[in-house]
Design a protein around this ligand. Structure first.
Ligand code: TXA
Ligand code: MG
Length: 344
């Protein structure tokens, strides 16, 4: 199969590329589409055979459920039910954050095939704010299942070229919508009524919508901080994920590192400040600074997966990564870094 990349830069391109994508999707094919987070590999969420092609192209195990994208924020009832006791909170979250990078885990409707949810009674839903994605979803008029458009466990793609590097020859079409706005996958939450005045939001995956963003609407708690019986099983959130082929080490303190003779290294730096003590630790083959200067987290997030891909392509023995503060967006970036650093 040859993989075509179609542009969306100008109105004429956009129109013809969108109709080609919608045509393929209506036929039960898969198409890679830009979203505001990362590129997704989309298929008609209500067509089990089409969804099976996503798993095949990505070599994704079927125990890892997909996120379903509804064409419009008012279309939740296409795929999910909202329990009475959390309805108010869900409505407020949707009003505030959709379309956008927040995914809600809710009881699924019977029309959603089991392959989408890995047999779970719940479905993960969001509405994307990306214009190209929306045009395609609205032209098709159906919900789209779309995980990130990378091979299972690999680095998420934030450009059409990155999708090609992952899935060339395995999918018929990629729509090129340029770089993704956020660069990190959506925040995934489960809204729970725990008998308190505010609902609890279990954050299954930290992302662009931060704990601080969620606080006015409920009590967000990171899944990893939930203890004992309250622990929810999250399929698919494996310890190793987003991983380059090159070994990556998260270096909590610069003193913990002595370069080995004859080995080559690259550095992933947050702000490239000499005072942090990382720049001169080794004769780096390349230093990639995520946000030069004062270190801005949204900038670091946008460039993060691109940086991993660049450094992975150098062929060094090891990538050394600086940590960053685990606050705000830093929680989501550090989550990705830790998983990238875990051996498969
Ligand atoms: O930003 C995003 O969310 C991107 C873009 C393409 O929308 N999509 C994405 O999908 O990151 P993916 O497949 O890489 O991540 C889906 C994850 C699963 O690995 C799983 O952890 C969680 O979403 N998930 C899906 N359905 C779930 C469910 N019913 N219950 C709990 N977690 C679920
Ligand atoms: Mg993914």
């Amino acid at each position: 199969m040859t993989t075509q990349i179609l542009p969306t830069d100008f109105p004429e391109d956009l129109k013809s590329s969108v109709s080609e994508a919608a045509r393929l999707l209506a036929q039960g094919e898969v198409v890679a589409l830009p979203t505001e987070t990362v590129y997704g590999l989309a298929a008609d969420a209500l067509n089990a055979d089409a969804v099976a092609k996503i798993f095949a192209a990505k070599e994704r195990p079927t125990f890892d459920p997909l996120i379903v994208h509804i064409p419009h924020k008012n279309d939740l009832d296409m795929v999910a039910e909202v329990p009475e006791n959390i309805a108010k909170a869900v409505t407020k979250l949707i009003e505030r954050f959709w379309p956008g990078p927040l995914t809600l885990v809710l009881p699924k409707k019977a029309c959603v095939p089991d392959i989408v949810t890995s047999g779970l009674p719940t479905v993960a839903v969001r509405a994307s704010s990306n214009l190209v994605f929306n045009r395609v979803a609205r032209t098709l008029g159906k919900p789209l299942a779309a995980p990130s458009a990378n091979r299972f466990g690999a680095i998420s793609p934030t450009s059409a070229n990155a999708v090609r590097a992952e899935l060339d020859g395995r999918i018929p079409l990629i729509l090129d919508g340029g770089a993704c706005l956020h660069g990190l996958e959506s925040t995934i939450i489960k809204v729970e009524d725990v008998g308190e005045s505010k609902p609890r939001f279990v954050v299954l995956r930290p992302g662009p919508i931060t704990m601080d963003d969620l606080k006015p609407f409920g009590r967000p708690v990171l899944l990893k901080n939930l203890k004992g019986d309250h622990k929810i099983e999250v399929p698919g959130q494996l310890p190793s994920h987003y991983a380059p082929r090159t070994p990556l080490r998260l270096l909590e303190a610069p003193d913990d590192f002595i370069p080995e003779h004859g080995k080559t290294y690259a550095l992933l730096s947050f702000c490239g400040d000499e005072e942090d003590g990382y720049l001169k630790l080794a004769d780096w083959k390349q230093t990639f600074v995520l946000s030069p200067g004062k270190g801005k987290m949204p900038e670091a997030a946008v460039r993060f997966f691109f940086a991993l891909r660049e450094l992975d392509n150098l062929g060094v023995d090891e990538i050394i990564a600086e940590p960053m503060q685990e606050r705000g967006l830093g929680i989501a970036i550090m989550d990705r870094l830790r998983r990238a650093a875990t051996k498969r």
